[in-house]
Structures are given as C-alpha cells and as structure tokens.
Design a protein. Sequence first.
Length: 422
Amino acid sequence: MKRENASTRDTVSAETSRKWVDRAKALKPLLEAAAPRIEQSRNLPPDVMDALHEAQMFRTVLPRSVGGAELDPATHAQVVAAIAEGDASAAWCIAQSACASMAAAYVAPEVLQEIWSDPRAVFTFGFTSGNPPCLAVPVKGGWKVNGTWTFGSGSHVATWLGGHCRMCDESGTPLKRPDGRFVERTMLMPRSAVTLRDDTWEVMGLCGTGSDTYSVTDLFVPTEFSVVPRVSARDHQLPEGVRGEPEPERREMGTLYRHSMQLVASAGLSSVAVGIAQATLDAFILLARKKSPFNANQSLRDDGWVQARVAQADASLCSAKSWLVQLLDQAWDECVTAGEVSFPLRIKLRQACTHQIDAAREVVTMLFLEAGATAIFRSNPFERRFRDVHTVSIQVQGSVARMQTAGQYYLGLAPQQMILIP
C-alpha cells in the first residue's frame, strides 16, 4: 500500500522552515552549557535528550503519516547547522539518524508504527566494511543475521538500529546480481537485541556521538523488518542519462522521498561543520571585543588584520551555507517535476557539501590561531570546536576526492560515480 502525504500540499512553507530553524536555535544555550558533559560522557545525557525530543529534532525527515515533520532537505540542513552551533555531537547524531530514518518510507504501515510511533524513537545505523561481511541467511519468516557494524553514531541513545547485510541462500553463500554486485538489504533491529561495545569511541573530536561498535549473533529478523532503501550503491554508479531502477518497496509518495538517503546524509553531516564554524566565529567576535593581546598596544577588535579576518570568515560561511541551500531547493524542484535529481545537479551538490566542510575547517583554524593562547584552554570553546571540525573533515564527505569527481565531470571524464549524491 502506498502512503500519501497527510498534508494536502507537498511543500514546506517558508514560515514552517523558519519555525524549525528557530526551534533548533533556541536549544543553543542548553547545548553549549551541556557540551563539556556530552564530551566527557561520550554520549548525549538524559536532560539533553529530553530537550531534543521535546523539540522533535529526531523527527525532521520522518513521514507525516507517523507524526514526522517531513521537512525538505534544505530546511533539515539548516536545522542541523543550528544545533551544531550549540554542540556538534548532538547535531551529528541528529544528522545520522535523519539519514537512517529515510528508511521509514520503505516499510509497511505496521512496521512504521512499531518503530517510529514512539515520540522518543531514534533510529540510526553504522558502517560495515564488508570484511568480514555481515550476512543474512533466510529462515522461516525472516532472516538469521550475523554481523558487526562500526561508527554507530547515536547508537547509545537509539531505540532501533539498522545493519546493512549481504543476503545469502540457505547454505549461507552470499547472493550476487548478474553484474557481480552483492544482493543487500538493511535489517531493522531493536536496540535491546544488539550487543553494543562502549569502549571503541576514544577519539579526538565529536566525542559525544558515542559512535561505538555493535553486533548481533544469530539474530532473527522478520521479513518485514528489512528494506532496500536508496542507500545502496546501485544508484550511485549510474552514468549520466541513465535512470535508476523502479522502487517498488517505497511506500511514501512525498517529494522528500524522491531524494536519496545519501543526499540527506551529505547535506546534514556537512552542515554540522558550518554550524561549528558559525559558533566559533560568534565566540571569536565576543573575545575580540574584550581581549588585548600581551605586548599589544590595541585590542583585537581595533586590529585591522583581525577586522579583515572576521569579515572573511563571515563571507566564507555565508556563501557556503547559501550555496548548498540554493542547490537543495533546486533538487526539490527537480524531484517535483522530474521525479529525481539530475546528474549535473548531483555534481554540484557533491561540491557544495564538501565545500561546506572545507570552508568551515578553514574558518575555525584561522580563528583558532587568531585567538592566541586563549584558544588552547578547555575553559574556552575554541579548542573543542577545533577538534570537532577537524574530525568532521576527516569523514568521507570531506575528502578531496569528492571534488575530484566534479573536476572529472567538468573536464569531460567519467566521474567516480560511487561518491556522487543520487
């Protein structure tokens, strides 16, 4: 059964968009105050989760049919950036959960209700390298699943977890398509059914995401609790002019779900970076108004070099944020008119997401240096945000290879389409 939108319109109004961004911005004081606790505990504390749930921050891209906001990707990205101004780890968990929650568009109504009708539901998933592979063997009524997944951001606060698996025959041999690719599905598993290691996420930045490793052994997953959403590689590798396969399992018909999981992930995760940078810029402006460097005859605010650096930082962030929002709006329009995002726009989106991360890292690094010795003390916000933004930039979205893809396209070469945004 296909589910239509609960609303008679399939757009998000400017008023609604502002409301959601303002709601996220209102959480900044709480998140800033909680940031040291979030980092120390490597998790989002109960009071923080209460506030995030009250503001419905984990429901931005859930279908309206289950009480979600079904926001357009541009609004969602701005919400994530606003949360990141308060705390990057909280924003990262929200962005990762939103990507995973796009799977809600592919499940039967009873599964949708079981997982997401709880207003405090959080669904997320981790990463599998395929070595060793995570496997699902058919049994009566479903699958027997064995696997381990890493980088499970938000797994400690999740109510359900996903696990990408290679599908097998009854003997346990992985199945392959005619083109040699493995047949894969994403298993939806209660958080209570997995074994979660809490000792793997000892890292430089984004400490509070608790991106630990989780695993299952011989877990029975009913047939209806597995999906093939567009997180798979099949659409990532299509050349220009080739349309993706039909999606018979997609049940939500709203425009949002004509976008891919990968687009929601890329736009959300890169927006964490610009949120960090915006908060760093705001903190630097406050510092510059009152700090006079040792042996200097004027305050930072009165230094012409510092004045120029502040303007450069603001211009860089504003342009990076605006470009992505503009492209996401174009992607929405294309999904309305053509049912998918065009290949040239996919290239631009790939650039814009990586550019956001690059611009944010450069701004934070520049301001960290301009802040002087003040920046190295944990009592000030600079060093944590410096570590957080550099951790974001190491993630796959920030790799220079993403820009290489765009350059290949513009130079008439075949892009590395595995890293495009379908």
